[in-house]
Ligand binder design. Sequence first.
Ligand SMILES: *[C@@H]1O[C@H](CO)[C@@H](O)[C@H](O)[C@H]1NC(C)=O
Ligand SMILES: *[C@@H]1O[C@H](CO)[C@@H](O)[C@H](O)[C@H]1NC(C)=O
Ligand SMILES: *[C@@H]1O[C@H](CO)[C@@H](O)[C@H](O)[C@H]1NC(C)=O
Ligand SMILES: *[C@@H]1O[C@H](CO)[C@@H](O)[C@H](O)[C@H]1NC(C)=O
Length: 429
Amino acid sequence: MGKRVILYGLGAKLFLFLVLASTDVLSFGFGEVSISEENDLEIGRKLEMLNKPAVKSIQSEDGDVIDCVDIYKQPSLDHPALKNHKIQIKPTITYPETPSTASRAVPQIWQKSGSCPEGTIPIRRIQKQDLLRASSLDRYGRKSPYVFNNPNNNTLYDITPNNTRNFNYLNHTGASNNVFVNRSIAVLLTLGYHYIGAKGEINVWNPEVEKPDEYTTAQMWVVNGDHFAETAEAGWMVNPTVYGDTATRFFVYWTADASQKTGCFDLMCQGFVQINSEIVLGGKLDPVSSFEGHQYHIPLFMYWDKNTQNWWLEYDGKQVGYWPAELYGVLKLSAVTVQWGGEVYSNTIMHRDMNHTSTKMGNGIEALYHFSAWIRNTKIIDYSAVEKYPEWVHEYMDEPDCYSSFNWVEYVKEPILYFGGRGRSPKCP
Ligand SMILES: *[C@@H]1O[C@H](CO)[C@@H](O)[C@H](O)[C@H]1NC(C)=O
Ligand SMILES: *[C@@H]1O[C@H](CO)[C@@H](O)[C@H](O)[C@H]1NC(C)=O
Ligand SMILES: *[C@@H]1O[C@H](CO)[C@@H](O)[C@H](O)[C@H]1NC(C)=O
Ligand SMILES: *[C@@H]1O[C@H](CO)[C@@H](O)[C@H](O)[C@H]1NC(C)=O
């Protein structure tokens, strides 16, 4: 794998040397297949459940096959809780559009090869080899469960931000106190109010992932429920196990039980209801940002429709679809936490006897004004229904020496969140 050295001038005297591994090559194999071939029948059944008959199929130049599926035949409608669900074609509420900022929103590659007719939604076809890469069929397309290191001490949501006494999440100092096992986040978070909307413009990069069973995201979360139980999430991700390559892809995620038994990425299980005929969940984003060149971003907006209790998702001002109220317990009423930032998943995070993963977050540079990946326009909407910057925010990091977040508030009209890191390094062994 090629390495290149990039040199930056910061003022006249200060230079920053960054060694970045180029990430355009899939440099690892997937090793052993974990699902036995005997499960062929079950695999066939699962594929049939996920891949609905297409009105039209599009071969994208990046290798994906996009099926245009009748909107009323999409997989999520098979969810037992959605048996009587009536697809909501439009949100019942609208918010004024945010003027788009200078950098460019990223197109999806498959759009060059065709489009889906009205009344259908584009779905990235799931292939047998996608399922074979999962640790089990049940866990296919799902984040690994959120496991707490210290289950007796994790009152995550204390409603007063000032009171961090029982708020382990905001007050943890090292491995022994780690809240989540095998994952590391560096985020900006706000909590304590009833949020019904969250916005963010997420800078798009293609960071290196060290091992195929690891992933790195840049995303937003809206959360409610004990122990991070109920979430709706969206952003971009590099996830070789889920997508079979190291491309940067747009994703959505949800869970109602901290990823124990429910939830998945994109449409890899029943859940998210899509209404948009132009945007594919899991679609490859290209181009991505570069240090010398243009900055690209994806503008996301998640908001709650008070009349249906569905959580809507907008991508660059276009409604993608929604997480139906039926999926959730308390998140269908409001969110109590909103987070912006990155997450790295790996089995070699905070294990004393193992080297830390070198999977990168953001663009591989720790939170630093101007240089690291950013998220702008980090706004929330509370019951006042006005879009605003949160009254209280906190930069939270699981491993500040590995991945960091920094909210830039000085000399700028709007705060900008910088986040990221390179994982293993002398200070993150
Ligand atoms: C919380 O902290 C802020 C800033 O430190 C302070 O202005 C506010 O009064 C505090 N609120 C409570 C309830 O103590
Ligand atoms: C954080 O946790 C430590 C040890 O668990 C405790 O001593 C300290 O008071 C806590 N800090 C805050 C701000 O609650
Ligand atoms: C975390 O990683 C360790 C190996 O380092 C593995 O044994 C364990 O099963 C993982 N736990 C979860 C919840 O992923
Ligand atoms: C950790 O990395 C060092 C240096 O790269 C290497 O010598 C060592 O074998 C690694 N340890 C493990 C447990 O992989």
